[in-house]
Design a protein around this ligand. Structure first.
Ligand code: GTP
Length: 418
């Protein structure tokens, strides 16, 4: 740390800027990276969430220009509504100009369908978390060279085209997920609203999003971005939330060409026409220009936040300067050592108590032995004394009886004496 103790001292680095005399070759690095990426391929996982019938599957099919979702039967509106939210995934390997993309679309059928939707976001949160957990677990394995990234890179939330403002369920759901995913709100089936209605609806949605402090994904600009990129990004931002229309059907366009769109008695809505809807902008954000950005934000920001929080809850503190890797084996070993130390301490404590008790008992026994010994000695001496006395008396008696026998006159006088 520095003199104030405020943080690590950064060593002074001298950057020498010089022109190269010849071609070295590192300008080729982007090409190397390009080749490697093409070889490896890409993957992209995104969630589509919204009430039933808002055109989610149609939009996914429109985005990737193929039938990822088979045509569904139109549900009977009088049929009983699905009450619980399920999680379903559709995966496909698609290729465009030699670039491979492994695509996974996660759907939550049943979302918002129940009468009480107070917890319909829970299975969705669980799915996002479990995908983060899978990644965390894979990262902590000994062999982690080929980790499959199943994390949710983006969540497209379909807003019902009511023309009013966000519903309480929309707000609650977005508030629940905005810290975990790159949230992209879209106005579903926007062909059901007029241009003016869309503009007003967008403004009200943005107001709600801002007042509720909901984080939505906004394409970033960087210092070295050229003017064109910055302008395109600003244009993209100005269209959020995207008013989309989906259709894979071809209709005859204005100039007689076949275009993807929806035909109405009063005219045609072209899906790929920027003047008709924001579909092209959504595709630009989700796939054409910012797919890698979405993946990077997921990995570097959203997943990192989740990981830090999770490890902290597990009692592992993060070193702010050096990020310590979490290894369950090390953790297990640490726990084992701690447990063994605890057991050894308990054993030592029990042993010392036992030893103390034994010493006390021994001392007591020794004391009582000594007491017994001295009592025994005393008694013995007493008895010996008595024996000696008795023997003395016996001898005296024997002597006197012998004298009496020898001298009877003495016997008389003795009688008198007595
Ligand atoms: P669930 O699977 O029930 O959740 O429905 P979903 O959200 O996947 O909707 P789906 O794509 O199945 O579309 C439902 C109906 O809406 C179909 O009849 C579609 O043709 C129609 N639809 C889809 N997109 C649009 C749209 O942009 N505008 C209009 N007007 N109708 C659409």
């Amino acid at each position: 740390t520095d003199a104030n103790g405020s943080g690590p001292v950064t060593p002074e680095v001298n950057i020498i800027r010089r022109k190269l005399n010849g071609y070295v070759g590192f300008a080729n690095l982007p090409k190397q990276w390009h080749r490697k990426s093409i070889r490896r391929g890409f993957n992209f996982n995104f969630f589509i969430v919204g009430e039933s019938g808002l055109g989610k599957s149609t939009l996914v099919n429109t985005l990737f220009n193929r039938e990822l979702y088979p045509q569904k039967e139109v549900r009977d509106p009088s049929a009983e509504k699905q009450t619980n939210v399920k999680i379903e995934t559709v995966s496909a390997d698609i290729e465009e100009n030699g670039v491979k993309l492994h695509l996974t679309v996660i759907d939550a059928p049943g979302f918002g369908d129940a009468i009480n939707n107070s917890d319909s976001w829970e299975p969705i949160i669980e799915e996002i978390n479990s995908r983060f957990d899978q990644y965390l677990e894979a990262e902590t394995k000994i062999n982690r060279t080929t980790i499959i990234d199943n994390r949710v890179h983006s969540l497209v939330y379909f807003i019902e085209p009511t023309g009013h403002s966000l519903k309480p369920l929309d707000i609650t759901f977005m508030k629940k997920v905005h810290t975990k995913v790159n949230l992209i709100p879209v106005i579903a089936k926007s062909d059901t609203l007029t241009e003016e209605e869309i503009a007003d609806f967008k403004q009200r949605i943005l107001d709600d999003i801002n007042t509720q402090g909901i984080n939505i994904f906004r394409p970033p600009t960087y210092e070295k971005d050229d003017e064109e990129t910055i302008l395109s990004c600003q244009e993209l931002m100005s269209r959020i939330p995207f008013a989309v229309v989906g259709s894979t059907d071809e209709v005859s366009g204005k100039d007689g060409n076949n275009v993807r769109g929806r035909a109405y008695p009063w005219g045609i809505i072209e899906v790929d026409n920027e003047d008709h809807c924001d579909f092209v902008r959504l595709r630009q954000l989700l796939i054409r220009d910012y797919l890698e950005e979405l993946r990077e934000t997921t990995a570097k920001k959203l997943y990192e936040n989740y990981r830090t929080e999770k490890l902290r809850n597990m009692g592992i503190e993060q070193d702010h300067s050096v990020f310590k890797e979490f290894d369950p084996l090390v953790k297990q070993q640490e726990e084992k050592t701690l447990h063994e130390a605890k057991l050894a301490k308990m054993e030592a404590e029990m042993k010392s108590v036992f030893d103390q008790k034994v010493t006390e008992k021994e001392k007591k026994l020794q004391k009582s032995e000594a007491e017994l010994f001295s009592r025994h000695k005393e008694m013995k001496e007493k008895l010996l004394k008595q024996v000696r006395l008795l023997e003395e008396k016996k001898t005296a008696l024997e002597n006197s009886s012998r004298n009496m026998l020898d001298n009877p006159s003495q016997q008389k006088s003795r009688k008198r004496i007595f």
